[in-house]
Ligand binder design. Structure first.
Ligand SMILES: [Zn+2]
Length: 385
């Protein structure tokens, strides 16, 4: 099968994160079994009752006799893992061709065509083009669920640790530039409490919105303070903060009793992911001690680690040579930290541009898709033969 045909089949599955990914996994399982790979499924039922599955397919752990080997052993160590997420973001129902791969101007359009089914199609084709009998080191394909809603599938694998890996190429649209580091992603919801009163008698109450405004002003100061901590491989080269949502009050003539806002921060590698939160807690403590009748709750919902793989790593060096591009960094969340937790040197790499991902009409350039097949095939030969 050509890589375009495989991509067309993958795009044909509606694998939006809110749905079960069982059907696309069943397809991938069959493809992997047809290459003679051993497969293991790691299913669970998510909070909405949908079955979600991570699939790990691999060659023999003990030399080229892979076809006669029974099932995978727990604690297997793979030399190279090619990792792709099976889920996509939702699509506008008005995009009637979202699940039908269409070609125009050397580009292939469809939901997931870029993020990240193109990488999966390239990985399958690369394996199909390899003589697996010649592999001396074990190779794995890792297909995950729920990446688009917080890399949940990869995190489950990192926790259960059904395998270890020495090198991992994590598929994401990077226009075939190897990305060796990424910022972390953390999120907290902050609820500021006040006391309601009739707005004609504000001295009888205490405005939660005014207090939240003071706190947000102080948080702005925090974001200035932490800029001294720099990582020059990133743009901007420091941890960034954002208050993205705010909601408070009940009516124009009521002194508001509650105000909530979200605080998001993206940490540079080397900085602890709870550092910002600890500074914010300190600010809150100072404000409450300042006699301002101040109270607030901080609900820290998410701490996705940053990651960094050494520029001198064998995998970074290989991908720089193969793509003829210097390694870079990404500011969006990926499954790389989970692969690092599983022992791997991890690099994020794949065809397509992240700036067109998640959009109606996302696409992958056909030339990049084919080049990715070739680079992945060479990576298999380099690391596993
Ligand atoms: Zn993605």
């Amino acid at each position: 099968m050509t890589v375009e045909q495989t991509l067309a089949e993958l795009v044909g599955f509606d694998s939006v994160s809110s749905r079960s990914n069982a059907s696309i996994i069943s397809y991938l399982r069959q493809r992997c079994e047809s290459f003679g790979l051993l497969v293991n499924e790691y299913p669970h039922v998510d909070v909405n009752g949908e079955t979600k599955i991570n699939l790990v397919a691999h060659t023999s752990l003990c030399g080229p006799t892979y076809k006669s080997e029974p099932q995978a052993e727990a604690g297997a160590a793979f030399e190279l893992a090619l990792v792709g997420h099976t889920d996509t973001v939702p699509f506008d129902p008005a995009w009637t061709d979202a699940l039908r791969l269409t070609e125009a101007d050397g580009k292939l359009f469809g939901r997931g065509a870029c993020d990240t089914k193109a990488f999966i199609a390239a990985a399958l084709t690369a394996i199909e083009n390899c003589d697996l009998e010649k592999l001396k080191q074990p190779l794995a394909l890792v297909f995950t669920c729920d990446e688009e809603i917080g890399c949940l599938g990869a995190k489950r694998l990192a926790e259960a640790e059904p395998f270890r890996a020495r090198h991992a190429i994590v598929g994401e649209p990077t226009s075939l530039q190897p990305m060796r580091a990424g910022k972390g992603y953390c999120l907290a919801e902050i609820t500021v409490h006040g006391r309601e009163a009739h707005s004609a008698y504000p001295h009888l109450g205490s405005s939660a919105i005014t207090r939240a405004a003071y706190l947000i002003g102080a948080i702005d100061g925090v974001s200035e303070r932490i800029r001294d901590d720099r990582h020059d491989a990133f743009d901007p080269p420091y941890t960034t903060l954002n208050v993205g949502l705010i909601n408070g009050g009940t009516a124009k003539n009521v002194v508001p009793g509650e105000c909530r806002f979200t605080l998001e921060w993206r940490t540079i590698p080397g900085q602890r992911s709870d550092q910002v939160l600890n500074i914010v807690r300190e600010v809150v403590r100072e404000m409450s001690e300042g006699g301002q009748d101040f109270s607030c709750d901080i609900d820290a919902g998410r701490f996705d680690e940053s990651f960094e793989t050494d520029a001198a790593s064998e995998l970074v060096q290989f991908l720089e040579r193969a793509s003829a591009k210097p390694s870079g960094t990404v500011a969006f969340g990926t499954e790389a930290p989970s692969m690092i937790a599983l022992g791997a040197e991890a690099v994020v790499f794949g065809p397509g541009d992240i700036r067109v991902a998640h959009r109606t009409g996302e696409f992958v350039p056909i030339a990049e898709l084919n080049e990715c097949v070739e680079i992945l095939r060479r990576s298999i030969e380099t690391f596993c033969m």
